[in-house]
Design a protein around this ligand. Structure first.
Ligand SMILES: NC(=O)C1=CN([C@@H]2O[C@H](COP(=O)(O)OP(=O)(O)OC[C@H]3O[C@@H](n4cnc5c(N)ncnc54)[C@H](OP(=O)(O)O)[C@@H]3O)[C@@H](O)[C@H]2O)C=CC1
Ligand SMILES: O=C(O)[C@@H]1CCC=N1
Length: 274
């Protein structure tokens, strides 16, 4: 049975921890480390996971260490851990955007050491907290088959996974899945705002938007044999109201807008890795 440490108790750690506990992973096999106490105490109270302010204590406890701090803290956290404890046999999983395997391994390597630590980069998303996550995973070559299985099991517990052939694909997964819940939220926010200006109450607007988004996503999931464009076509009567709206989206360059926005996420991830 793996013992799992989360370094950082923020949004992404919380999403994965909730998903793991709800999928049946024993809370006593999870320890979360975070400098301030609010978020880790809340996770302890809500889900019974172990918690500490001490990254080293959590790292000693675990054989799988999930790095869930902001990208600019990853190297410091890794150096802190590798300088203080024996990391032999431990698997490191990093969810950080724009921090490469090489950067993580360099920070995990003591001056005298030559062996590189096994690192799996994972790009998850926050629907992991509902067991509906989508993650891309990339292993360094030091990762054993058993460790790969552990990473797969961990992330499959909170959603679907794909394994990537190259590390660069992690940035593409950020654009398509990691950052993407925010795109859908932005779209829903815009619809909700306009529903309110059309005169619906805040509650009505929220319900109209969320139920339509939920139903539409379910239709995509439950009709996997149909192209998404076919589902759209089924709503779009020739010369009708949907047609009018869709034409307006197209006229305003929706494909270009989506492409450029996704590419901006990739460019930012590449920039962060420099
Ligand atoms: N949010 C998302 O949707 C996704 C995020 N990611 C990645 O997940 C990582 C975390 O992002 P997110 O959860 O959103 O960020 P948050 O800011 O919500 O969480 C980061 C946490 O790290 C803690 N922290 C800061 N310094 C240390 C330290 N030295 N040791 C231990 N913990 C520390 C912070 O604690 P405190 O608040 O006390 O300072 C905070 O709770 C990032 O690298 C991001 O790229 C990946 C995919 C999706
Ligand atoms: O915005 C970010 O940088 C992180 C990575 C993917 C989602 N959130």
């Amino acid at each position: 049975m793996n013992k799992i440490a989360f370094i950082g108790a923020g949004n992404m750690a919380r999403a994965i921890i909730i998903g793991l506990v709800n999928s049946g992973v024993a809370a006593q096999n999870i320890m979360v480390a975070n400098p301030s106490e609010g978020k880790r105490l809340q996770l302890e109270q809500e889900f019974g996971v172990l918690q500490t302010s001490d990254n080293l204590k959590a790292s000693e406890f675990a054989n799988v260490i999930v790095l869930c701090v902001k990208p600019h803290f990853i190297e410091d956290v890794c150096s802190q851990i590798s300088q203080a404890i024996d990391i032999t046999g431990k698997l490191f999983i990093s969810v950080a955007a724009g921090t490469t395997v090489a950067q993580i391994q360099a920070a995990l390597t003591k001056e005298s050491a030559t062996e590189l630590a096994p690192v799996v980069r994972v790009m998850p998303n926050t629907p992991s907290q509902l067991g509906l996550g989508m993650s891309g995973l990339y292993p360094s070559k030091e990762v054993t088959a058993e460790q790969k299985e552990s990473a797969d099991t961990l992330m499959t517990a909170v959603g679907k996974v794909i394994w990537l052939e190259t590390e660069a694909k992690i940035n593409d997964v950020i654009a398509v899945a990691g950052s993407a819940p925010a795109y859908y939220f932005l779209f829903m926010e815009a619809m909700e705002k306009h529903a309110i200006t059309l005169g619906f109450s805040a509650e009505e607007s929220r319900m109209l938007v969320q139920q339509t988004a939920f139903g539409s996503a379910q239709m995509v999931v439950q009709n996997s044999d149909l192209e998404i464009s076919t589902l759209r076509g089924n709503v779009t009567s020739k010369g009708g109201t949907t047609h009018a709206a869709i034409e307006k989206f197209k006229e305003q360059g929706i494909d270009e807008m989506v492409k450029n926005s996704m590419n901006a996420a990739i460019a930012r991830a590449e920039e962060m890795a420099k």
